[in-house]
Design a binder for this molecule. Structure first.
Ligand code: GLN
Length: 534
């Protein structure tokens, strides 16, 4: 029988619920259990794919093409398991599915209501994840904080699951905040008591509390919390602020959270294998030297918009024991007339242009690519980054001066980046990009082959536009190498310039597959080239 762990949050948002859920999953996995993770987001978008990154941060993409909350990136990076469509459930998905069923006549004769129709739909999504993943334990994080209007149907569904499956199959971990008041020098438990009571008002009793706290709590405080919250003292876990995020699972392990959960489930507590994780912490704590990477994007004021790219760069730094300093450069600022790019990129060892949508800041990105190409600065382009690298090459090397993407100029005479034929008839914007895993065949003898050491790879995609193959020949005549192609649709996946120190770009998003314990080959070689470009 599949077991279910639910992670809720109270008091304030931003407590690190996602990291707590991931840490629990990591610890259970380290004890030999097959785990799967899921996130409930109570908003009405069907998925975050149509949201502005300013609203929501990065859109993470799973291998099967689901556009998801960025927390799923944390999950995959921590537990190193591929998640899928059942991993991100929004109110939008639930309600639209219920309304579609109603129209199909699946509830003929009934009044369709919040309980049981919406709640059954939510419960089905939980059980479906259990069945389709074949996992022993599903860890589900509930977005938002307890008491939010939007999350009520989710909480009601979880109450029903707790009632139906019993304590031996469900575990509720509630994350809260214990603030320190400077005046009295005390830690305050009242907000936690209140939020546990809010949870109980919804019929859910917490099995463990994970308390974000500035320093370790003492026995007296835990006794008080236990009494007021009806949670055993042993099940109250401190989540002390850390410098190294990878320390968190170990801190929880030291307090026995995984054993507490397994004991409640009546499952054997096999020995935990955390050696590789401790080695990672060692590495991160002992980095020597730095490398400076310029990241040229348009959401530089919001680093969450490029979260997986940051992570992937950082992971690649671990391989060479280097701290990666990411310097955020606003692409629009490069468009000013008299800007001196030498000044802007002074001290930068490598330049990265990440993915993006829309025309704002495009000319600035093109200037950044030109700077990297002409000055032999290591360059990595991702998705839009590859497309602008192609536009730059077309304009400045192939002398096709008005080359552009039809995304930015629908009437351009030289659409070197254009919509695929099957994209031209699409009307709905949501979920219709080219999404998820597609194969890429790599040409031997290229930089891409040197990186991957294999001729066939699978990488995750999220884009609508493609390199226009009508221009392939003229690009090749001018020195561009198309080192990776999709074999089915003959689409360009990787480009590179062999007469450059390190110039490579991909149509897919390699950052989604990078893990702290094994960095991605494209990021590794980019960081290596940047380190040697001192
Ligand atoms: N806007 C481009 C496209 O849709 C690139 C997308 C991206 O960078 N993710 O093709």
């Amino acid at each position: 029988m599949t077991k279910y762990v639910f992670v809720t949050g109270g008091v304030v948002s931003g407590l690190g619920k996602g990291i707590t859920a991931s840490s629990i999953a990591l610890l259970l996995k380290s004890r030999g259990y097959k785990v799967f993770m899921q996130k409930f987001d109570p908003y009405f978008n069907v998925d975050p794919g149509t949201m502005n990154p300013i609203q929501h941060g990065e859109v993470y993409v799973t291998y099967d093409g689901c556009e998801t909350d960025l927390d799923l990136g944390h999950y995959e990076r921590f537990i190193d398991e591929e998640l899928n469509y059942s991993s991100n459930i929004t109110s939008g998905k639930i309600y639209s599915s219920v309304i579609e069923k109603e129209r199909r006549g699946e509830y003929l004769g009934s009044t369709v209501q919040m309980v049981p129709h919406i709640t059954n739909e939510i419960k089905n999504k939980v059980f479906e994840a259990g069945m389709s993943s074949g996992a022993d334990i599903i860890i589900t994080e509930i977005g938002g904080t307890v008491g939010d209007i939007e999350s009520r149907p989710f909480m009601e569904s979880l109450r029903q699951i707790q009632y139906e499956l019993g304590k031996e199959n469900t575990f509720f971990c509630h994350c809260t905040l214990i603030p320190h008041l400077f005046g009295s020098g005390e830690l305050k438990t009242k907000p936690t008591q209140n939020s546990v009571r809010d949870l109980r008002n919804m019929g859910i009793s917490a099995d463990a509390l994970v308390c974000r706290v500035p320093y370790e709590t003492d026995d007296k405080l835990k006794t008080k919390l236990a009494l007021f919250c009806s949670v055993p003292k042993t099940n109250i876990i401190d989540s002390v602020d850390v410098n190294n995020i990878y320390q968190i699972p170990i801190n929880y392990y030291n307090q026995g959270i995984d054993e507490i959960i397994l004991n409640q489930f009546g499952l054997p507590t096999k020995k935990a294998d955390l050696k590789y994780w401790r080695e990672l912490i060692e590495t991160v704590d002992n980095l020597k030297g730095e490398v400076n990477i310029a990241l040229v994007g348009k959401y530089v004021e919001l680093h969450d918009a490029y979260l997986s790219v940051n992570e992937a760069l950082t992971h690649a730094g671990y391989v060479y024991n280097k701290k990666v300093n990411i310097n955020w450069i606003d692409s629009e600022s490069l468009e000013k007339e008299n800007i001196d790019l030498k000044d802007v990129f002074k001290g930068m060892n490598g330049i990265l242009v990440p993915g993006g949508f829309g025309s704002r800041g495009i000319e600035g990105k093109i200037k950044a690519v030109e700077y990297a190409r002409v000055n032999n600065v290591p360059f990595l382009g991702i998705c839009l980054g590859m497309q602008v690298a192609c536009i730059e090459f077309a304009r400045n090397v192939c002398k096709i001066e008005d080359a552009n993407s039809t995304e930015f100029d629908t009437l351009t005479k030289n659409p070197i980046i254009d919509l695929m034929a099957d994209q031209k008839t699409i009307i709905n914007k949501g979920g219709t990009l080219r999404l998820g895993n597609y194969e890429c065949v790599i040409e031997k003898g290229t930089l891409a082959y040197k990186d991957y050491k294999q001729t066939s790879i699978l990488e995750r995609h999220r884009h609508r536009y493609e390199f226009n193959n009508n221009y392939k020949e003229i690009f090749e005549e001018n020195g561009m190498v198309f080192s990776g192609m999709n074999p089915v649709a003959n689409l360009v996946e990787i480009i590179e310039l062999p007469n450059h120190k390190h110039f490579i770009a991909s149509q897919f998003h390699p950052e989604f597959k990078s893990r702290p314990t094994h960095a991605h080959p494209l990021f590794m070689s980019f960081i290596k080239a940047s380190i040697s470009n001192k």
